[in-house]
Design a protein around this ligand. Structure first.
Ligand code: M6R
Length: 609
């Protein structure tokens, strides 16, 4: 996620901005920049790569003078990580400088409108549109120009704004992306995260959606969306820096679990236009979708598990042969792929060695590759024939949660696009799926409000030495992920089985009180999975069942413990079922005192074979 810091006071701004940015480094970024008003104009310095590059360029800030400025660490979403795409973005007149966190969904149409008015753009970013738009509306009153501009923005934003005509103020505005203002002694600050300013002050106000703040050296004034002046409480921060980096959550994993509603919303809304899935900016054209005769999905760990979900979806809805293959197996299996095979490559980091090797092998054999990647500019993103980005932001916990959810979201979109273009999905059915997709973020949010129930279950079962997961079809794919999540952070032995496989061997491991987690959200096979539940309860296993609310009565009769997810379209249950399993794994690991964010023997990105 990107980071914002701003300062206005009597000190030199640049060193304060650079220090603030260094406190935001933990969030992940790929470029950084600052803009400072130097008494005559706004001076902007930006550098791709590590913050050290910017620190060197500015001689630790000593080379940039002025006591009002804004700074930013960027995590690329639109346009590769580069000097020109780094923030701050400055309007063509040089008057307005903007730093931005979030995603402007309608930036292309705004850009076209401004280009038609003769505005010349330098970068590929959505943020530059904001700077140019504010300048476009500017007629001497910067507050009004900002208000008019943000009114036109769809999507999410936290903005820090500097105007060379008004060097006595910074402006801040937010919608769906965090932003605070902080009160100093004879100075004030803005920041996306309190960690950036905790060294200087612990008094802050949290901005709410559609509010604008005018921050001066000696005052901060807040306005609502109608530009009426409003009062805001001042909050005293008593967290330490480490807690502040986690946004008050005990671990990054828990923070990232809670980010899922926003991540899923951002990822979906980038490709849903006017109620329809739109992947027209990828290789999935109508002709290409009709041409391919099979799909291979490759990835490692959780990314592979998304592939297992994808394989079921593509076969069922697009009626195309599809297979999920572990990247480490694919690369050495002499795979049968050719120019008619679509190879979908899934990776959060885009740098996983086995996945890169498998992708290169697929390309060598003539297949076309479509990557689902989180990190813009990563190796897989660069080498694949086409890329769809998951807009999850940087993921810090080793155990993936939000990136996994974003990958699932992309897979639903790919399924709808392929099924439609191959003539396998009626318009009404697509529309129903899109409606259900749009409801997903709210439903995930609802599940998160019941996390205490998972915490209690975890307290009951955390001492088990072995935990089994069972499911069928999509629920089997989710069981694989639930089991991996649990074992990687809690170190409890765990395995996942397709429900029908139990009697072919595994059931011999079931003893009295063995915990079996039954994932029973796939409507068509709910009864079959309940039969499996009966098989294990007959052997005195304890069963915790995850089911849709519509099956609460039957699931409640079959299993001692249950968690019900909201009802959804049959294709989308993985996105809801995974959340209680993530939370269960998290609380089990917490009870066992494990190092949740950095489990033993594991690395976030596996860049060696
Ligand atoms: O960066 P990638 O998505 O390619 O990483 C793949 C796996 O290493 C990753 O999903 C791993 O299994 C996670 N630790 C699971 O939580």
């Amino acid at each position: 996620m990107c980071g914002i810091v701003g300062y206005i006071g009597k000190e030199e701004a640049a060193p304060i901005l650079l220090y603030g940015l260094s406190r935001l480094e933990y969030r992940g970024y790929d470029s950084a920049g600052i803009s400072v008003y130097d008494g005559g104009e706004v001076r902007t310095v930006k550098a791709a790569g590590k913050l050290e590059n910017l620190i060197r360029l500015t001689e630790e800030g000593r080379a940039v003078h002025g006591s009002v400025g804004i700074g930013h660490t960027r995590w690329a979403t639109h346009g590769e990580p580069s000097d020109v795409n780094a923030h701050p973005h400055v309007s063509a007149s040089g008057r307005i400088a903007v730093v931005h966190n979030g995603i402007i969904e309608n930036y292309l149409s705004l850009k076209q409108m401004l280009q038609a008015e003769g505005v010349v753009f330098r970068s590929e970013t959505d943020t530059e549109v904001v700077a140019q738009l504010i300048d476009f509306y500017y007629e001497g009153d910067i507050l009004r120009a900002v208000s008019r501009a943000v009114d036109k923005l769809d999507g999410s934003y936290a903005l820090g704004i500097l105007c060379s005509d008004h060097p006595d103020m910074l402006l801040a505005a937010r919608k769906e992306s965090p932003l605070i203002v902080a009160y100093g002694e004879g100075c004030n600050y803005i920041a996306s995260d309190v960690t950036a300013v905790l060294k200087y002050t612990r008094s802050v106000s949290y901005m709410e959606d559609e509010e604008i703040a005018v921050v001066r050296e000696g005052s901060i004034t807040f306005y609502n969306e109608y530009l009426q002046q409003i009062e805001k409480p001042v909050v005293h921060i008593d967290w330490d820096v480490e807690a502040a980096e986690k946004g008050g959550y005990a671990h990054f994993m828990l923070k990232e679990i809670h980010e899922q509603p926003r991540v899923v919303k951002n990822t979906l809304s980038a490709h849903i236009r006017n109620g329809r899935v739109d992947l027209s900016d990828t290789m999935l054209t109508e002709d290409y979708c009709r041409e391919i005769d099979k799909v291979q999905i490759i990835g490692c760990g959780s990314a592979y598990h998304v592939g297992v979900v994808g394989r079921y979806l593509l076969e069922k809805y697009a009626r195309i042969p599809a297979e999920a293959v572990l990247a480490s197996e694919f690369r050495y299996s002499e795979p049968i792929v050719d120019e008619k095979t679509l190879v979908i490559v899934i990776s959060q980091s885009g740098e996983t060695a086995d996945t890169i090797a498998a992708m290169r092998e697929a390309k060598r054999l003539g297949a076309k590759t479509l990557a689902i990647v989180n990190v813009v500019g990563s190796t897989i993103a660069k080498e694949a024939d086409s890329v769809i980005y998951t807009l999850a932001g940087p993921e810090i916990a080793v155990a993936t949660t939000k990136a996994y959810s974003a990958q699932l979201a992309i897979f639903y979109l790919i399924t709808v696009a392929l099924a439609e273009k191959r003539g396998k999905l009626k318009e009404a059915e697509s529309a129903a799926i899109v409606r259900a997709l749009e409801a997903l973020p709210g439903q995930i949010e609802e599940i998160l409000t019941h996390k205490e129930a998972l915490q209690q279950l975890a307290s009951k079962y955390f001492n088990n030495s072995s935990i089994f997961f069972i499911g069928r079809n999509l629920d089997y794919a989710i069981s694989l992920e639930g089991s991996l999540k649990l074992k990687e952070i809690s170190y409890i032995h765990s395995e996942a089985y397709a429900g029908g496989e139990l009697k072919h061997g595994t059931i011999s491991l079931i003893e009295p009180e063995t915990l079996v987690i039954a994932v029973a959200t796939y409507e068509q096979l709910f009864d079959k999975l309940m039969s499996n539940v009966k098989e294990v309860t007959a052997r005195k296993a304890s069963v915790f069942c995850v089911a849709q609310a519509r099956n609460a009565e039957d699931a409640g009769k079959a299993a001692a413990d249950c968690f019900f997810i909201p009802d959804t379209h049959e294709m989308l249950t993985p996105s809801l079922a995974c959340v209680p399993l993530q939370l269960f794994a998290y609380y089990v690991a917490l009870n066992r005192g494990c190092d949740i964010d950095k489990p033993r023997n594991l690395a976030k990105s596996v860049t060696v074979e």
